[in-house]
Design a protein around this ligand. Structure first.
Ligand code: AMP
Length: 396
């Protein structure tokens, strides 16, 4: 036995308690591990399926240390866990992926600077730390741009579209943050992601690229296979493999790309964990992204990423509850639909409550079935394609 291996029967600690932790915990328990979760809430999506749920804020370092002493390895389900929390854990149990990956990916400026310096293709950007920086960055924009907060941004939160002629002082005071990134607005042909796992032995396993369609900045639909040219598919996979190797990740990492209208791949962002676009791997692949994460952090060999069937995943946001409990029975009436709900009690607009995956003989028919099943959930006759776009998203 490899002494770095943590075998089934041992206990995995998870920092963070949302749906990613839940699906990780389900995979871990299926493999025979025990799961402890720590987060500031209780009755959480992860806590509901874990062996032990600890309610403590991330800066209660005594509670964090007690949590860490009771487990054999710790992972996190979202990258905004404070670094001090990770350091408090590291004195008692290994954290995988390690603090360096977390530190780099917690902040868009650090992440983009790392990628650019390492020679990866990233969306052109400017660092903005003052109104003056913003003024000159706006002036150097050829056309539209997107301004984003460097920290705490996800699902389009903390970002807005801007134009070269806009007023720097208005944007600076509206953003109300000291660290910002101004990116060129990318006129993309499509968005795609590559989920890649890297084991403790450095061996990598890359899922095929997944095509992603966003709505109101939130992932709406993921499709696999992505329907890319073989050149783009292999280039995206190679880039993802190099990123996971450069960051020496032990675990799962997702690389999100824009494919420009000129056929160029640009990295939009990294997620050092399983990703929403990889949820379809649960039903469509031999080994899902969550099991892969369990295997990687426990030092087991990675599983096969072979795809069993074309698949489409649609997110189920809180908006679907607008006229009461969705019609689950109707959505399940198609036998190839797999329903995943996250156990969240409050269905707020924009909040990710669950997802549906459809499997079919082609990705096109999988997409049609997944969308039809989602439409069938709503009872009020105001079907999804007819509804107005939702207001600004609320916390995931
Ligand atoms: P992010 O939180 O940075 O992943 O952004 C959420 C979504 O907003 C992306 O998936 C894109 O659909 C869109 N977006 C973000 N940045 C840009 C950009 N520079 N150009 C075009 N669209 C963008």
């Amino acid at each position: 036995m490899n002494h770095r291996q943590i075998l089934p029967g041992k206990t995995i600690g998870v920092l963070g308690s949302g749906q990613l932790g839940r699906m990780f915990a389900i995979a871990a328990r299926r493999l025979g591990y025990r799961v402890h979760v720590l987060s500031p809430d209780d009755d959480t999506p992860t806590g509901q399926v874990a062996d032990v749920e600890i309610r403590a804020s991330y800066d209660e370092l005594d509670a964090v240390a007690r949590f860490a002493r009771a487990v054999d390895v710790v992972t996190f389900e979202f990258e905004n866990v404070p670094l001090e929390t990770v350091q408090a854990v590291e004195s008692h149990a290994p954290v995988r992926p390690g603090g360096r990956v977390l530190h780099t990916t917690q902040n868009r400026l650090r992440e983009k600077t790392f990628l650019r310096e390492a020679g990866f293709p990233v969306t052109p950007f400017h660092t903005v730390r003052s109104e003056n920086d913003l003024n000159s960055a706006l002036q150097s924009l050829e056309s539209a741009g997107v301004i984003k907060t460097a920290a705490w941004g996800y699902d389009g939160k903390g970002q807005r579209r801007v134009d070269s002629g806009d007023s720097a002082s208005e944007i600076w005071s509206a953003m109300n943050e000291v660290d910002l990134v101004l990116e060129k607005f990318v006129d993309f042909d499509c968005e795609l992601s590559v989920v890649v796992a890297r084991g403790i032995d450095g061996i990598c396993a890359c899922y095929p690229p997944i095509q992603n369609i966003h709505r109101d900045h939130i992932l709406d639909v993921s499709l696999s296979p992505a329907g890319l040219s073989p050149r783009v598919a292999s280039e995206a996979t190679e880039i993802a493999r190099h990123v996971v190797e450069s960051l020496e990740v032990v675990g799962v990492l997702c690389v999100e790309f824009f494919l420009t209208c000129g056929g160029e791949l640009l990295i939009n962002e990294l997620a050092p964990r399983p990703h929403n676009s990889g949820h379809l791997t649960i039903d469509a692949h031999v080994t899902c992204q969550f099991e892969q994460q369990v295997r990687a952090v426990c030092g087991l060999p990675l599983g096969s990423v072979q795809q069993l069937q074309p698949a489409a995943m649609v997110n189920l946001l809180g908006d679907l509850w607008r006229s009461g409990e969705p019609n689950w029975s109707e959505a399940c009436s198609s036998p190839s639909i797999k329903l995943h709900l996250y156990g969240k009690h409050e269905p707020r607009p924009g909040r990710k409550m669950g997802h549906l995956t459809a499997l079919s003989e082609s990705v096109q028919s999988a997409e049609a079935s997944a969308k039809a099943a989602r439409e069938a959930l709503v009872n009020d006759g105001l079907k999804d394609h007819a509804r107005p776009v939702s207001a600004a998203p609320t916390a995931g």
